[in-house]
Write a protein that binds this ligand. Structure first.
Ligand code: SF4
Length: 330
Protein backbone atom coordinates (compact mmCIF):
# COMPACT_ATOMS: atom_id res chain seq x y z
CA UNK A 1 0.00 0.00 0.00
CA UNK A 2 1.21 3.54 -0.79
CA UNK A 3 2.23 5.66 2.16
CA UNK A 4 4.75 8.47 2.58
CA UNK A 5 8.29 7.29 3.22
CA UNK A 6 10.18 8.88 6.11
CA UNK A 7 10.58 8.95 9.87
CA UNK A 8 7.59 8.17 12.06
CA UNK A 9 9.11 10.35 14.79
CA UNK A 10 9.12 13.63 12.83
CA UNK A 11 6.13 15.57 11.61
CA UNK A 12 6.09 16.18 7.89
CA UNK A 13 5.41 19.47 6.15
CA UNK A 14 4.86 17.60 2.86
CA UNK A 15 3.61 14.05 2.36
CA UNK A 16 3.75 12.55 -1.13
CA UNK A 17 1.63 9.45 -1.61
CA UNK A 18 1.61 7.14 -4.66
CA UNK A 19 2.53 9.92 -7.08
CA UNK A 20 2.51 9.03 -10.76
CA UNK A 21 2.93 11.24 -13.79
CA UNK A 22 2.64 10.09 -17.39
CA UNK A 23 3.22 12.32 -20.41
CA UNK A 24 1.87 11.62 -23.90
CA UNK A 25 4.64 12.49 -26.36
CA UNK A 26 4.23 12.69 -30.15
CA UNK A 27 6.37 9.93 -31.66
CA UNK A 28 6.20 10.88 -35.35
CA UNK A 29 5.11 14.28 -36.63
CA UNK A 30 3.45 12.79 -39.74
CA UNK A 31 2.03 9.63 -38.22
CA UNK A 32 0.50 11.54 -35.30
CA UNK A 33 1.32 8.51 -33.14
CA UNK A 34 2.01 9.22 -29.50
CA UNK A 35 3.74 7.24 -26.78
CA UNK A 36 3.44 7.35 -23.02
CA UNK A 37 6.45 8.44 -20.99
CA UNK A 38 6.29 7.48 -17.33
CA UNK A 39 8.03 10.38 -15.60
CA UNK A 40 7.03 9.29 -12.09
CA UNK A 41 5.98 5.73 -11.33
CA UNK A 42 4.79 5.77 -7.73
CA UNK A 43 6.70 8.13 -5.45
CA UNK A 44 6.13 8.05 -1.68
CA UNK A 45 8.05 10.57 0.38
CA UNK A 46 7.84 12.90 3.39
CA UNK A 47 9.62 16.25 3.72
CA UNK A 48 10.25 17.67 7.22
CA UNK A 49 10.23 21.24 8.41
CA UNK A 50 13.59 23.07 8.20
CA UNK A 51 15.39 20.21 6.49
CA UNK A 52 17.10 20.17 3.12
CA UNK A 53 16.00 17.17 1.15
CA UNK A 54 18.26 16.50 -1.83
CA UNK A 55 16.76 14.87 -4.92
CA UNK A 56 19.53 13.43 -7.02
CA UNK A 57 19.73 11.37 -10.20
CA UNK A 58 20.61 11.50 -13.86
CA UNK A 59 18.73 13.63 -16.36
CA UNK A 60 15.29 12.13 -17.01
CA UNK A 61 14.93 10.44 -13.60
CA UNK A 62 11.85 12.53 -12.73
CA UNK A 63 13.31 14.85 -10.10
CA UNK A 64 12.28 18.08 -11.85
CA UNK A 65 8.82 16.67 -12.62
CA UNK A 66 8.43 15.98 -8.91
CA UNK A 67 9.44 19.58 -8.12
CA UNK A 68 6.93 20.95 -10.64
CA UNK A 69 4.12 18.86 -9.15
CA UNK A 70 4.91 20.07 -5.61
CA UNK A 71 4.65 23.62 -6.97
CA UNK A 72 1.33 22.65 -8.60
CA UNK A 73 2.72 23.72 -11.98
CA UNK A 74 1.34 20.47 -13.36
CA UNK A 75 -1.28 17.87 -12.39
CA UNK A 76 -0.41 14.29 -11.41
CA UNK A 77 -1.78 11.29 -13.26
CA UNK A 78 -2.36 9.61 -9.91
CA UNK A 79 -1.52 10.14 -6.26
CA UNK A 80 -1.55 12.99 -3.78
CA UNK A 81 0.74 15.64 -2.33
CA UNK A 82 -0.29 16.90 1.11
CA UNK A 83 1.00 20.22 2.41
CA UNK A 84 0.31 20.48 6.15
CA UNK A 85 -2.18 17.67 5.57
CA UNK A 86 -4.13 19.46 2.80
CA UNK A 87 -4.05 18.26 -0.81
CA UNK A 88 -1.87 20.69 -2.78
CA UNK A 89 -4.06 20.31 -5.85
CA UNK A 90 -7.02 21.77 -3.96
CA UNK A 91 -5.02 24.93 -3.10
CA UNK A 92 -5.51 28.09 -5.08
CA UNK A 93 -2.25 28.43 -7.09
CA UNK A 94 -1.70 32.03 -5.97
CA UNK A 95 -2.18 31.11 -2.30
CA UNK A 96 0.21 28.18 -2.72
CA UNK A 97 2.90 30.39 -4.29
CA UNK A 98 3.01 32.38 -1.04
CA UNK A 99 4.06 29.20 0.74
CA UNK A 100 6.19 27.39 -1.85
CA UNK A 101 8.63 29.13 -4.16
CA UNK A 102 11.02 28.00 -6.88
CA UNK A 103 14.62 28.94 -7.67
CA UNK A 104 15.45 28.21 -11.29
CA UNK A 105 18.58 26.75 -12.80
CA UNK A 106 19.36 29.48 -15.28
CA UNK A 107 19.12 33.00 -13.82
CA UNK A 108 19.72 34.50 -17.26
CA UNK A 109 16.65 32.82 -18.74
CA UNK A 110 14.39 33.10 -15.70
CA UNK A 111 14.62 36.90 -15.23
CA UNK A 112 12.62 39.23 -17.46
CA UNK A 113 15.30 41.25 -19.32
CA UNK A 114 12.94 44.27 -19.66
CA UNK A 115 12.37 44.66 -15.93
CA UNK A 116 14.74 46.14 -13.38
CA UNK A 117 15.99 44.07 -10.46
CA UNK A 118 13.71 46.07 -8.16
CA UNK A 119 10.64 45.33 -10.28
CA UNK A 120 11.51 41.63 -10.57
CA UNK A 121 11.90 41.23 -6.80
CA UNK A 122 8.92 43.45 -5.95
CA UNK A 123 6.49 41.88 -8.42
CA UNK A 124 5.34 39.01 -6.13
CA UNK A 125 4.76 41.54 -3.31
CA UNK A 126 2.59 43.66 -5.61
CA UNK A 127 0.64 40.71 -7.03
CA UNK A 128 -0.05 39.21 -3.61
CA UNK A 129 -0.76 42.66 -2.12
CA UNK A 130 1.25 41.84 0.98
CA UNK A 131 2.38 45.43 1.55
CA UNK A 132 1.13 48.90 0.59
CA UNK A 133 2.76 50.07 -2.68
CA UNK A 134 4.60 52.84 -0.83
CA UNK A 135 6.33 50.27 1.39
CA UNK A 136 7.33 47.85 -1.35
CA UNK A 137 10.38 49.83 -2.46
CA UNK A 138 11.85 49.67 1.05
CA UNK A 139 10.96 45.97 1.38
CA UNK A 140 12.74 45.27 -1.93
CA UNK A 141 15.82 47.20 -0.79
CA UNK A 142 15.96 45.16 2.43
CA UNK A 143 15.60 41.87 0.55
CA UNK A 144 18.37 42.87 -1.87
CA UNK A 145 20.71 43.55 1.04
CA UNK A 146 19.73 40.22 2.64
CA UNK A 147 20.94 38.32 -0.44
CA UNK A 148 24.16 40.32 -0.77
CA UNK A 149 23.10 42.89 -3.36
CA UNK A 150 23.16 46.64 -2.89
CA UNK A 151 19.97 48.72 -2.78
CA UNK A 152 21.63 51.02 -5.31
CA UNK A 153 21.40 48.20 -7.86
CA UNK A 154 17.59 48.27 -7.76
CA UNK A 155 17.29 50.17 -11.05
CA UNK A 156 19.66 48.00 -13.03
CA UNK A 157 18.55 45.44 -15.61
CA UNK A 158 19.49 41.72 -15.46
CA UNK A 159 22.14 42.05 -18.20
CA UNK A 160 24.01 44.57 -16.02
CA UNK A 161 24.64 41.90 -13.35
CA UNK A 162 27.06 38.95 -13.27
CA UNK A 163 25.72 35.36 -13.34
CA UNK A 164 26.07 35.01 -9.57
CA UNK A 165 24.33 38.34 -8.96
CA UNK A 166 21.49 37.32 -11.28
CA UNK A 167 21.01 34.17 -9.23
CA UNK A 168 20.91 36.37 -6.10
CA UNK A 169 18.05 38.32 -7.75
CA UNK A 170 16.25 35.00 -8.38
CA UNK A 171 16.77 34.03 -4.74
CA UNK A 172 15.58 37.47 -3.55
CA UNK A 173 12.40 37.08 -5.58
CA UNK A 174 11.87 33.58 -4.16
CA UNK A 175 12.18 34.71 -0.52
CA UNK A 176 10.26 37.98 -0.96
CA UNK A 177 6.97 36.41 0.14
CA UNK A 178 8.59 34.62 3.12
CA UNK A 179 7.68 31.14 1.88
CA UNK A 180 7.94 27.99 4.00
CA UNK A 181 9.43 25.83 1.28
CA UNK A 182 11.83 26.60 -1.55
CA UNK A 183 12.34 24.17 -4.39
CA UNK A 184 15.79 24.83 -5.82
CA UNK A 185 16.11 23.16 -9.24
CA UNK A 186 19.82 22.90 -10.13
CA UNK A 187 20.35 26.42 -8.68
CA UNK A 188 24.11 26.55 -9.22
CA UNK A 189 24.72 24.31 -12.23
CA UNK A 190 24.76 27.26 -14.65
CA UNK A 191 27.31 29.17 -12.56
CA UNK A 192 31.10 29.21 -12.51
CA UNK A 193 32.55 26.85 -9.89
CA UNK A 194 34.08 29.83 -8.08
CA UNK A 195 30.61 31.37 -7.62
CA UNK A 196 28.75 28.16 -6.74
CA UNK A 197 30.07 27.99 -3.15
CA UNK A 198 28.98 31.60 -2.47
CA UNK A 199 25.43 30.90 -3.64
CA UNK A 200 25.24 27.61 -1.69
CA UNK A 201 26.44 29.34 1.47
CA UNK A 202 23.90 32.11 0.94
CA UNK A 203 21.14 29.50 0.68
CA UNK A 204 22.31 27.92 3.95
CA UNK A 205 22.35 31.30 5.73
CA UNK A 206 18.84 32.11 4.49
CA UNK A 207 17.59 28.73 5.68
CA UNK A 208 18.85 29.46 9.18
CA UNK A 209 17.55 33.03 9.24
CA UNK A 210 14.07 32.29 7.90
CA UNK A 211 13.53 28.65 8.97
CA UNK A 212 13.18 27.55 5.35
CA UNK A 213 12.67 24.01 4.13
CA UNK A 214 14.55 23.19 0.92
CA UNK A 215 13.90 20.60 -1.71
CA UNK A 216 17.20 20.66 -3.54
CA UNK A 217 17.21 19.13 -7.02
CA UNK A 218 20.56 18.38 -8.62
CA UNK A 219 22.59 15.85 -10.58
CA UNK A 220 25.75 16.95 -8.74
CA UNK A 221 26.65 14.60 -5.89
CA UNK A 222 29.20 17.03 -4.46
CA UNK A 223 26.62 19.82 -4.23
CA UNK A 224 23.90 17.60 -2.77
CA UNK A 225 26.32 16.31 -0.12
CA UNK A 226 27.23 19.86 0.91
CA UNK A 227 23.61 20.98 1.14
CA UNK A 228 21.37 18.12 2.20
CA UNK A 229 20.23 16.60 5.49
CA UNK A 230 18.63 13.68 3.69
CA UNK A 231 19.04 12.51 0.12
CA UNK A 232 16.62 10.69 -2.17
CA UNK A 233 18.22 8.98 -5.17
CA UNK A 234 15.87 8.72 -8.14
CA UNK A 235 16.00 6.42 -11.12
CA UNK A 236 13.42 6.32 -13.90
CA UNK A 237 10.64 7.92 -11.93
CA UNK A 238 11.20 6.05 -8.67
CA UNK A 239 13.06 6.67 -5.46
CA UNK A 240 15.56 3.81 -5.25
CA UNK A 241 17.32 4.92 -2.06
CA UNK A 242 16.59 7.45 0.69
CA UNK A 243 18.81 8.10 3.70
CA UNK A 244 20.46 10.65 5.94
CA UNK A 245 23.36 12.37 4.17
CA UNK A 246 26.15 10.52 6.03
CA UNK A 247 24.42 7.12 5.83
CA UNK A 248 24.06 7.45 2.08
CA UNK A 249 27.65 8.49 1.42
CA UNK A 250 29.20 6.00 3.88
CA UNK A 251 26.87 3.03 3.38
CA UNK A 252 25.08 3.27 0.04
CA UNK A 253 23.03 0.11 -0.44
CA UNK A 254 21.56 0.36 -3.94
CA UNK A 255 23.81 -0.64 -6.87
CA UNK A 256 22.79 2.57 -8.71
CA UNK A 257 23.73 4.81 -5.78
CA UNK A 258 27.01 2.91 -5.38
CA UNK A 259 27.80 3.42 -9.07
CA UNK A 260 26.97 7.13 -8.90
CA UNK A 261 29.15 7.62 -5.84
CA UNK A 262 32.07 5.61 -7.21
CA UNK A 263 32.15 7.92 -10.23
CA UNK A 264 32.79 10.97 -8.01
CA UNK A 265 36.55 11.78 -8.03
CA UNK A 266 38.25 11.23 -4.67
CA UNK A 267 39.72 14.32 -3.01
CA UNK A 268 42.69 12.07 -2.03
CA UNK A 269 43.67 10.24 -5.24
CA UNK A 270 45.26 6.85 -4.60
CA UNK A 271 44.32 6.81 -0.90
CA UNK A 272 41.58 4.48 0.21
CA UNK A 273 40.03 4.50 -3.25
CA UNK A 274 36.80 2.55 -3.40
CA UNK A 275 36.17 0.00 -6.11
CA UNK A 276 34.90 1.92 -9.12
CA UNK A 277 31.66 0.62 -10.54
CA UNK A 278 31.09 2.80 -13.55
CA UNK A 279 27.61 3.08 -14.93
CA UNK A 280 27.22 1.61 -18.38
CA UNK A 281 24.61 2.76 -20.90
CA UNK A 282 22.04 5.50 -20.49
CA UNK A 283 18.84 5.86 -18.58
CA UNK A 284 16.64 3.71 -20.79
CA UNK A 285 13.39 4.96 -22.23
CA UNK A 286 10.70 4.54 -19.62
CA UNK A 287 7.95 4.24 -22.21
CA UNK A 288 8.38 0.43 -22.28
CA UNK A 289 6.34 -1.77 -19.99
CA UNK A 290 8.80 -2.35 -17.19
CA UNK A 291 7.85 -5.49 -15.35
CA UNK A 292 10.82 -5.64 -13.02
CA UNK A 293 13.50 -3.42 -11.56
CA UNK A 294 13.95 -0.28 -13.66
CA UNK A 295 17.74 -0.49 -13.21
CA UNK A 296 17.85 -4.10 -14.45
CA UNK A 297 19.55 -3.43 -17.81
CA UNK A 298 22.45 -1.52 -16.23
CA UNK A 299 22.85 -3.42 -12.99
CA UNK A 300 25.97 -5.52 -12.52
CA UNK A 301 24.31 -7.38 -9.60
CA UNK A 302 21.06 -8.35 -11.33
CA UNK A 303 19.40 -11.68 -10.65
CA UNK A 304 16.64 -13.56 -12.48
CA UNK A 305 13.86 -12.29 -10.25
CA UNK A 306 14.89 -8.66 -10.84
CA UNK A 307 13.56 -8.89 -14.39
CA UNK A 308 10.05 -9.86 -13.30
CA UNK A 309 9.45 -8.25 -9.95
CA UNK A 310 9.58 -4.55 -9.02
CA UNK A 311 11.49 -4.09 -5.74
CA UNK A 312 9.56 -2.15 -3.08
CA UNK A 313 11.19 0.73 -1.21
CA UNK A 314 11.72 -0.76 2.27
CA UNK A 315 13.33 0.56 5.46
CA UNK A 316 16.51 -1.51 5.78
CA UNK A 317 17.91 0.45 8.71
CA UNK A 318 16.27 3.24 10.69
CA UNK A 319 15.65 6.08 8.21
CA UNK A 320 17.53 4.27 5.43
CA UNK A 321 15.23 3.03 2.66
CA UNK A 322 16.21 1.05 -0.41
CA UNK A 323 14.42 -0.57 -3.36
CA UNK A 324 16.56 -3.56 -4.38
CA UNK A 325 15.96 -7.31 -4.12
CA UNK A 326 19.62 -7.86 -3.35
CA UNK A 327 19.38 -5.79 -0.18
CA UNK A 328 15.82 -6.50 0.95
CA UNK A 329 16.36 -10.31 0.67
CA UNK A 330 19.33 -10.33 3.07
FE1 SF4 B 1 20.08 -4.68 -9.45
FE2 SF4 B 1 18.17 -6.46 -8.96
FE3 SF4 B 1 18.75 -4.58 -7.16
FE4 SF4 B 1 17.55 -3.94 -9.44
S1 SF4 B 1 16.69 -5.23 -7.81
S2 SF4 B 1 19.21 -2.86 -8.46
S3 SF4 B 1 18.49 -5.33 -10.88
S4 SF4 B 1 20.07 -6.27 -7.85
Amino acid sequence: MDSPVGSKKKSAIIDIVGLRKTFNVLRGFFSGESIKINALTGVNLSVYKNETLGLVGESGCGKSTLGRLIMHLDEPTEGRILFHGQDIFTYDRQALSKKIQLIFQDPQASLNPRKTAGNIIGEPLLIQKVAPTAEIRERVAEIMETVGLSRDQMHRYPHEFSGGQRQRIGIARAISLKPEIIIADEPVSALDVSIQAQILNLLKQLQQSFGLTYIFITHDLGVVRHMSDRIAVMYLGRIVELAENKDLYDHALHPYTQALLSAVPSPYPGRGRKKRSLLKGDVTDSSGHLTGCSFYHRCTERMDRCEKSVPELVEKYEGHFVACHLVSDV
